[in-house]
Design a protein around this ligand. Sequence first.
Ligand code: SAH
Length: 344
Amino acid sequence: MSPSPQPLLAKSSAELTEWVQSQDLPPYRAKQIRQWLYQKQARSLLEMSDLPKAWRERRQDYPLGRSTIEQRRIAPDQTRKYLLKLQDGLIIETVGIPSAKRLTVCVSSQVGCAMDCRFCATGKGGFLRNLEAHEIVDQVLTVQEDFQERVSHVVFMGMGEPLLNLPRLLPAIQSINQDIGIGQRSLTVSTVGLPQKIRQLAEKKLQITLAVSLHAPNQPLRETLIPKAKHYPLPQLMTDCRDYVEQTGRRLSFEYILLAGVNDHPALAKELAQLLRGFQSHVNLIPYNPISEADYRRPESSAIEAFSAVLTQSYIPVSVRYSRGLEADAACGQLRASQGATAG
Ligand code: SAH
């Protein structure tokens, strides 16, 4: 059996040129194909009208690597949640979040997730497979085409743990940056933190923003929320984060979900401030978005403000990130595509 053809999306320019030559076409054709893929919303080779007609007709079924929109829901705040169907029929979720000056896409990096964080809907469905680079890039193009507006920012905060899919994440980042034209500084990769992985990413010296899901200022509490944290002691995680900042020259942000009565006590804010003292970082507090599979609660606004105030008093830069798209089950932690059904 011959191997299935490699989709064209997310190929590096060298790979695309090589592919074009394997088709007995001159190398300059690669540039035209890139335009069709990334600027002209092509969904098949047949549409690429400045390429030789006979060749296009012969190769019309060659996969470009695009998904189809299975479902789209628009929340009152204009956030759009998509269920995208991949070539093998699996469904992933992608969110488009418009604001005054930005269009942000929240992309998935895996189908499902193996991390099993206690408060996250994706983890409840288990892990199915890694996404290919083209399946990540496709999500950005799909949102850009649907909004008919340029995507300005991409956050890897959808389904999955991006750093467990580094071999595909890195080419996807390269394509989003070089082919779609979104600056690395406008890309954020969010990770639960895994041994070796932050170091591996640091070596690439990318200018992206790394966001680390901390959620607790000490190891015992962190392990109750993130089971996989058992294998990654907090002091080691913090050392890796400091080295990341040193190696890349980029600030890092920490995400801290706020769960009422669990990790929102002001004493824990003090402990967090201690942990982060002198660290070039920013804390994003994310008030919990309720999911049906867990019985945590979102803290009252006063508790959220109190937690944030403790950090500010300790000179730790902090912001509260209220999730968008709650009404469409499109908020952080609510993405779960099971058998084509929606999250929540
Ligand atoms: N696996 C990566 C990226 C996906 S989750 C990570 O853990 O960082 C993106 C962010 O959403 C993480 O900070 C995650 O902890 C947060 N999140 C998950 N479930 C949530 C929920 N129910 N409410 C609010 N934030 C949630």
